[in-house]
Design a binder for this molecule. Structure first.
Ligand code: PRX
Length: 633
C-alpha cells in the first residue's frame, strides 16, 4: 500500500528529494493516489506565503478515519490496530483490531451526533491515555467535527482559555486518569474550567478510575450509559481536503497559546509519509511512541501516521519511571515492540538508573529507535544506542514542530546515516535554509543561524484559529516568502543539520513548549509581584529549566514563602509543567533606555556566567547586574 513510495536507498532519497522540490505536484500527486478519495482533487498545490495561503489537493473529498481504519478492515479485519498498556502493570493490556476500532469509532461518532455534534463543530478532548481517547479523536474525524485535544496536565484556567478561543460546544473527558502513583481528577478540573460557560452543551464522561464525580444534570452524560445503544456503523462524512482536521494549542512568544490548525488531506498524507519513511515501518510491525496524545507527537505518531499505514500502535497510560525504572523495557519485551519513539528527557531520566535496568530485558524485537522534541546530548544519544539499541539498530533524531504537522529533518532509519546530536537531512518536500538577520543565506559549515523553510510541504500549518493575522505575523513575516521556525541551527560539511533550539522567547522544558511571556503573565498575577522576567537555563534532566527573576513590592518579603506561592500560582494558571525551577527576588532588572529587558544578560546569569556580559552601554543602570549576581541561584 505504501511500499511504492517508501524510500529504500540513499540514492532514492536523493532522487525523491530532488523531484519533490522540482515538481511537487507530480511527486505528491502520485503519493496521494494511494489513499481513498471520495472525489479526486482538482489541483495538487496552490500556494503563496504572503497571506499565507496554502492548499493541497484542493477540490478533493475524503475522510481521514476511512483512510486510517476502513481500508485496513477490508484487507484483514482482525489485524491489530491498537495495543494499550495500562498504568499499572498488573492490569490486563487491551488489543483492538481494525474491525473493533471501526466499530468503536462509529459508536462514538453516533453518540456525538445524537447529542448534536455536527461537521465543523469544535470538540474538546481532555482524557487520560486510554483507547477511548483514540476512539473520540477518530470519531470527530469521521463525522467532520474539529477535535482539540488538551494535555491532561493543563490547569482549569488553561482549559477554559482554549475552550473559549475555539468556541467548543462539547467536551469528552474521563472521571480521572492514572499517572504513576497519582490519580488526577480530570472531571473536577473540567467542572472548574466550564462552570460559567453556558455555551457548553454536553460533557461526555468516560468511567476510568471510578472515583466519585459530580454530574451536572442536562449537561453531563456517562459514556457507558449511551455507547451500547449506538450503531456500530457511521458513514464517513466527505470532507474537503482543506477542511480543518484539528486544532492544537501551543505556546509562542506572545502571552496567549495559539490554536494551530491542521488540514485534512495534507496533514494525513504528511503524517503517513514521514512515518513510513523515517521509521522505515514494515507491515506487521509494532510501533511504540511514548508521547501523550495531548501533544502533536501523539497526534501524528500514535494516531494518524501509524493508523494510516495499517500499523499496530501501542499506547501507554503511565510514565516510564513507575512502578519502577524498568517499565518501558518491560513493555518492549512484553509486546515485542519494533519501533520505540521517545524524548531525550525520558532517556535522561532513565539513564540516571544506569545500565542495569535495561540489561534485564532482551529488547531484541527493536528495529529502530527515535527521539523527538528537544536537542539530544551526546551522552544520552550513546546511552540510548548502547543500552537500548545494543549498538545494532539505527537511531533517528527527528526535528519538527506542532506547526509542521510531522517530521521535517531526520535521518531515515538504516537508509541515510545517523550522526549523534544531528537531525541530519531534510525530508523530501522540505526546503530548509539558514538565514542571517538580513535574510542572507548562511550555509557555510558550523555557522549557527536561523532556520527557515521556503516552500510548502503538505503538513504545514494552515492558520491559527480565528486569527489568521497572527499566523502571518508569527511565522511568515520575518523574511518574505519563508516559514520561520523560531529555531537556531547549523550544518556540517555534508549539509547535515544540527538543531540548537529556540532562538525566540519560547522555552523547551522536558520537550514541552512554554512561552516566557505566558510564564511572566502568570507570575505577575501574584499581588506582591511588580515585574518579572523569565529565561531558560541548561538543566541536566529537563534540557531547559525555568529561571524567574521577580521584583516584589515589599523587599522584606519572605523568600521561601514567596517562592512557594509563585510556584503554586503558575501551576494553577498553566499546569505543573510550568512551575519555575529557580526564583530569585531582585530589586531591579537590566533594562535599556527604551525600557526593554536585556534578556541575554539574564540568560547568562542563569547559565552561571559571572562576567563577560558584552556591550552594556545601552543599559540605564549597569549596577543592577552586580546586585542580581550577588544572589544568583
Ligand atoms: O525547538 C525545537 C524542538 O521542539 C520545538 C517544537 O516543539 P513542539 O511544537 O512542542 O513539538 C515537539 C514535537 C515535535 C522545536 O521548535 N525540537 C523538536 N524536535 C527536536 C527539537 N530540537 C532539537 N532536536 C529535535 N529533534
Amino acid at each position: 500500500m505504501f511500499e511504492s513510495y517508501q524510500i529504500h536507498s540513499r540514492d532514492q532519497y536523493e532522487k525523491d528529494y530532488k523531484n519533490s522540490l522540482e515538481d511537487p505536484e507530480k511527486f505528491w500527486g502520485n503519493i496521494a493516489e494511494h489513499f481513498v478519495w471520495q472525489k479526486k482533487w482538482d489541483q495538487v498545490l496552490d500556494w503563496e506565503f504572503k497571506t499565507p495561503s496554502v492548499k493541497w489537493f484542493d477540490g478533493g473529498l475524503l475522510n481521514v478515519s476511512e483512510n486510517c481504519i476502513d481500508r485496513f478492515v477490508k484487507i484483514d479485519p482482525s489485524r491489530i490496530a491498537l495495543i494499550w498498556e495500562a498504568n499499572d502493570p498488573s492490569e490486563l493490556p487491551r488489543e483492538i483490531s481494525y474491525l473493533e476500532l471501526q466499530n468503536e469509532v462509529c459508536k462514538y461518532a453516533n453518540m456525538l451526533q445524537s447529542r448534536g455534534v455536527k461537521k465543523s463543530n469544535r470538540v474538546i478532548i481532555y482524557m487520560g491515555m486510554v483507547p477511548e481517547l483514540v476512539f473520540a479523536v477518530l470519531a470527530c474525524a469521521r463525522l467532520g467535527a474539529i477535535h482539540s485535544v488538551i494535555f491532561a496536565g493543563f490547569s482549569a484556567i488553561s482549559i477554559k482559555d482554549r475552550i473559549v478561543d475555539c468556541e467548543a460546544t462539547h467536551i469528552i473527558t474521563c472521571d480521572g486518569t492514572f499517572r504513576g502513583a497519582k490519580c488526577i481528577d480530570l472531571k473536577s478540573i473540567i467542572d472548574e474550567a466550564i462552570f460559567d460557560l453556558s455555551f457548553i452543551k454536553n460533557v461526555f464522561v468516560l468511567q476510568r478510575t471510578r472515583q466519585e464525580v459530580k454530574m451536572v444534570e442536562g449537561r453531563d452524560v456517562w459514556i457507558h450509559e449511551l455507547i451500547d445503544q449506538q450503531s456500530d456503523w457511521f458513514e464517513p462524512v466527505a470532507m474537503s481536503s482543506e477542511d480543518p482536521l484539528f486544532i492544537l494549542y501551543t505556546s509562542g512568544s506572545t502571552g496567549k497559546p495559539k490554536g494551530v490548525v491542521h488540514s485534512t488531506a495534507g496533514y494525513m498524507i504528511w503524517a503517513n509519509y514521514t512515518f513510513i519513511n523515517v521509521f522505515q515501518y514494515k507491515t506487521g510491525q509494532i510501533h511504540f511512541c511514548t508521547a501523550d496524545i495531548g501533544w502533536i507527537t501523539g497526534h501524528s505518531y500514535i494516531i494518524y501516521g501509524p493508523l494510516s499505514a495499517g500499523a499496530a500502535t501501542l499506547m501507554f497510560e503511565g510514565i516510564p519511571t513507575w512502578p519502577n525504572e524498568e517499565r518501558l523495557w518491560q513493555i518492549i519485551d512484553k509486546h515485542q515492540v519494533n519501533i520505540l519513539y521517545t524524548a531525550p528527557t525520558a532517556i535522561r531520566s532513565l539513564m540516571v538508573y544506569g545500565e542495569d535496568p535495561p540489561s534485564h530485558y532482551s529488547l531484541e524485537s527493536l528495529k529502530v529507535l527515535g527521539t523527538v522534541g528537544e536537542p539530544i546530548n551526546e551522552e544520552a544519544w550513546h546511552w540510548y544506542d548502547q543500552n537500548i539499541g545494543k549498538s545494532r539498530i539505527p537511531i533517528v533524531d527527528t526535528w519538527w514542530q506542532t506547526e509542521t504537522g510531522g517530521i521535517m529533518i531526520s535521518n531515515l532509519a538504516g537508509i541515510t546515516e545517523s550522526k549523534p546530536t544531528y537531525a541530519t537531512l531534510p525530508l523530501p518536500g522540505v526546503s530548509a535554509v539558514l538565514k542571517d538577520q538580513e535574510g542572507k543565506n548562511v550555509m557555510e559549515a558550523h555557522q549557527q543561524s536561523a532556520l527557515f523553510i521556503n516552500k510548502p510541504w503538505p503538513g504545514i500549518i494552515r492558520t491559527t484559529y480565528q486569527d489568521h493575522a497572527r499566523c502571518k505575523l508569527n511565522y511568515f513575516s520575518q523574511i518574505e516568502n519563508m516559514y520561520c521556525t523560531g529555531d537556531g541551527a547549523f550544518v556540517d560539511e555534508e549539509n547535515n543539520f544540527r538543531i540548537i533550539g529556540r532562538i525566540d522567547d519560547v522555552l523547551n522544558v522536558s520537550g514541552h513548549r512554554l512561552g516566557t511571556a505566558e510564564l511572566e503573565n502568570a507570575i505577575n498575577e501574584h499581588p506582591s509581584v511588580i515585574e518579572s522576567a523569565v529565561v531558560g537555563y541548561p538543566h541536566d534532566l529537563k534540557g531547559q529549566g525555568i529561571y524567574a527573576f521577580i521584583i516584589c513590592q515589599d523587599t522584606t518579603t519572605d523568600h521561601d514563602l514567596m517562592t512557594e506561592e509563585i510556584r503554586e500560582l503558575v501551576q494553577a494558571i498553566i499546569g505543573p509543567i510550568a512551575k519555575p525551577d529557580k526564583i530569585q527576588m531582585v530589586t531591579g532588572l537590566p533594562k535599556t533606555r527604551s525600557g526593554k529587558i536585556m534578556r541575554r544578560i539574564l540568560r547568562k546569569i542563569a547559565e552561571g556566567e559571572k562576567s563577560n556580559f558584552g556591550d552594556l552601554t545601552s543599559l540605564i543602570d549597569a549596577n543592577v547586574i552586580d546586585q542580581i549576581l550577588a544572589n544568583a541561584k
